[in-house]
Write a protein that binds this ligand. Structure first.
Ligand SMILES: [Zn+2]
Length: 627
């Protein structure tokens, strides 16, 4: 629309100014835009553990590579264990969430952190920090430490930080700590001053109040001195197995004057280094053909009998994952008994080990090791997009477990129970959008559904929209382009759209940013002499393409696809059978009517999505049995 108050001459001058300004602005933006980069750190640590008193002393040298185009004047660190004390932010968060918070952190709504005895409070006490040998200043806000650099780290350069600290290993409240419920002495996770991630979004400085982690990839050389009777399990390579207990039958344990042995661990290009230590650990290993060497580090007893029988399943798991989703890149992976459930770390997991069934133990192992293809190799910022990490991992878990332990009675696909639990949860009215920050969900269950279930069903719905063959290609390409990097949902969607040729942005938006639901129905069926006319209705808020099928009396199935206009390109194949493509359904249109050349006498049933992948919250009106 033209502005009537402007004269034509003035208008032309103004247009020129606008054009000039626009080209200047865009020119500057283009000059500032940079290709993808990621920061890198190399840690060298010497750790002296006092296992009797649950403390350790640490020294580390970090070589930090600033690969960003920005000059950094400060560097942030995480001091996670400072959370484990009464009245910490984690304690406040647990108290305010009450019974709707994480069940491991509270009993009947009372925070377990509030009653940690003084001598079991977690702590990471920093003595000093130096940059290139010079003492520098730092501030600590509980679990976040800001370090003021003496000399800023310029773009594409490195700096060296050294620091000394001591730590108190906390009472086991969440993930890390002393004396876990199965009697593992030391679960050492997120246990050292850890450099925070810096990227295009700035520093990732989330306070530790419960949810997960983010950090740059790093190399580790960690020397751990501990009483010689301890055995250590860790995510990494043990460089001196002949000098410590547990790994070699002919080892001669090398001790110092205080009867301590030094364990030398290395790891390359992982996000964090985790270990656990116990006097009663047994170490077993087996090698997967064309895969990593697997370590089991656990207390072997009649409570852990399923560890032995799980080995062939774990072998299959790595083989399936390597073949389907891209290769596991590290030389080894360790399943370590420890922690408070199951938690993933670089090249290892800490799990509770006293499972009461084989499929229970394997399911836990498969989930945690499956995180290697998400949290570890595709190192998402888990505080910002937990649905990618937990959701995609849950997808792998269900897909692989369906193959390892086929269901007793047949189900339409591996995700049926996830879909059913999602449908039930939507009925509680407590659902919260998956796009919310992990730590900022109001309700613990809402977080779980948003991240684990909604994230898993994101891939299931995507497979339904683009076809399973395309989904496989998307997952492979995503791995090829982004493993050992820090992808976002935008990077994933870029590939999904490129491979499918479809516009899928609407789907990401509906599924992740809102709690709107899918609800289609078969509204009317009209039978004629040699044809049948069907009217479908979109009763929900999320538009989707529709797969429609008829089961004929002769037992054969005829499939149709009704594309959604918004994808602009239609699905061409799917593993659930050949189909015929009908005219598209505009998303604005509530009903859709079509006629098929089959009479009532030929049809025994008809309906929406025989594959049962569509997460329709009211599936009962999707099918009609013809009588
Ligand atoms: Zn998980």
């Amino acid at each position: 629309m033209k502005n009537p108050y402007l004269s034509p001459v003035l208008l032309i001058i103004m247009q020129k100014i606008i054009l000039l300004t626009l080209s200047l602005v865009f020119g500057m933006v283009a000059a500032q835009q940079n290709a993808y980069y990621q920061q890198y750190a190399q840690y060298k640590m010497d750790i002296d553990v006092d296992a009797n008193n649950f403390t350790y002393a640490g020294k580390q040298t970090i070589t930090y590579s600033n690969n960003s185009p920005d000059e950094l004047k400060v560097i942030y660190f995480h001091l996670y264990w400072n959370a484990f004390k009464p009245n910490s932010m984690m304690d406040q968060r647990v108290q305010s969430q009450g019974k709707s918070g994480d069940s491991r952190l509270q009993v009947n709504g009372i925070s377990r952190l509030a009653s940690i005895p003084k001598d079991q409070e977690g702590a990471q006490n920093i003595h000093w920090i130096k940059q290139n040998g010079k003492n520098i200043k730092f501030d600590i806000q509980e679990t976040i430490m800001k370090v003021y650099l003496d000399k800023p780290v310029k773009a594409n350069s490195t700096t060296t930080l050294t620091m000394e600290w001591d730590a108190v290993i906390p009472q086991q409240i969440r993930r890390a700590g002393r004396n876990n419920s199965e009697g593992i002495d030391l679960t050492m996770t997120q246990w050292y001053p850890k450099i925070a991630e810096y990227d295009y979004d700035g520093w990732a400085t989330f306070d530790y109040v419960g949810r997960e982690f983010h950090s740059p990839f790093a190399d580790f050389e960690v020397n751990i001195k501990i009483d010689k009777d301890y055995v250590i399990g860790a995510g990494g390579t043990l460089e001196n197995p002949s000098e410590v207990k547990g790994y070699q039958s002919n080892a001669s344990v090398k001790t110092d004057s205080k009867n301590k042995a030094t364990w030398k661990w290395t790891a390359k290009n992982i996000l964090d280094f985790a270990f656990a230590a116990d006097r009663d650990y047994t170490v077993e290993n087996f090698t997967i053909l064309d895969g990593p060497k697997i370590y089991y580090v656990y207390q072997k007893s009649d409570k852990t009998i399923f560890w032995e029988t799980s080995k062939p399943y774990i072998t299959k798991f790595f083989q399936i994952m390597n073949a389907t989703f891209g290769r596991y890149v590290y030389p080894s992976y360790a399943f370590i008994q420890g922690g408070d459930g199951g938690m993933e770390y670089g090249m290892c997991t800490m799990i509770l080990g006293e499972a009461t069934s084989l499929d229970g133990l394997v399911g836990l192992m498969v989930h945690e090791a499956g995180h290697s293809w998400n949290q570890q190799m595709m190192a998402y910022n888990e505080s910002v997009r937990p649905w990618m990490d937990e959701g995609f991992t849950s997808y792998y878990e269900d897909l692989v477990m369906y193959q390892l332990f086929p269901p007793q009675s047949p189900v339409a696909n591996p995700f049926v129970s996830a879909i059913n639990s999602y449908i039930n949860f939507t009925k509680t009215g407590k659902e919260e959008p998956a796009v919310w920050l992990a730590d900022h969900h109001d309700d613990g269950r809402a977080y779980s559904f948003a991240s684990y279930v909604k994230g898993e069903l994101f891939l299931v719905q995507l497979g339904y929209i683009v076809g399973e063959q395309n989904l496989s290609l998307i997952m492979r390409d995503f791995y090829e382009q982004w493993h050992l990097k820090h992808p976002t949902e935008r990077d994933f969607m870029h590939i999904a759209q490129k491979i499918s040729g479809m516009d899928l942005k609407w789907f990401l938006h509906y599924w992740i940013n809102t709690t709107k639901t899918i609800d289609y129905s078969v509204k009317a069926v009209k039978y004629d002499t040699d044809s049948t006319t069907i009217t479908l209705e979109n009763k929900g808020q999320v538009p989707m393409p529709i797969d429609f099928s008829i089961l004929k009396k002769d037992g054969s199935v005829v499939n149709y696809q009704i594309p959604l206009n918004m994808t602009h390109t239609w699905k061409t194949k799917d593993i659930y059978g050949d189909f015929q493509t009908l005219g598209y359904w505009p998303w604005t249109q509530k009903e859709y009517t079509f006629t098929i050349p089959y009479s009532k006498s030929q049809i025994s049933a008809l309906g929406i999505d025989f594959s049962q992948r569509l997460a329709d919250v009211n599936p009962t009106d999707n099918f009609v049995e013809v009588k």
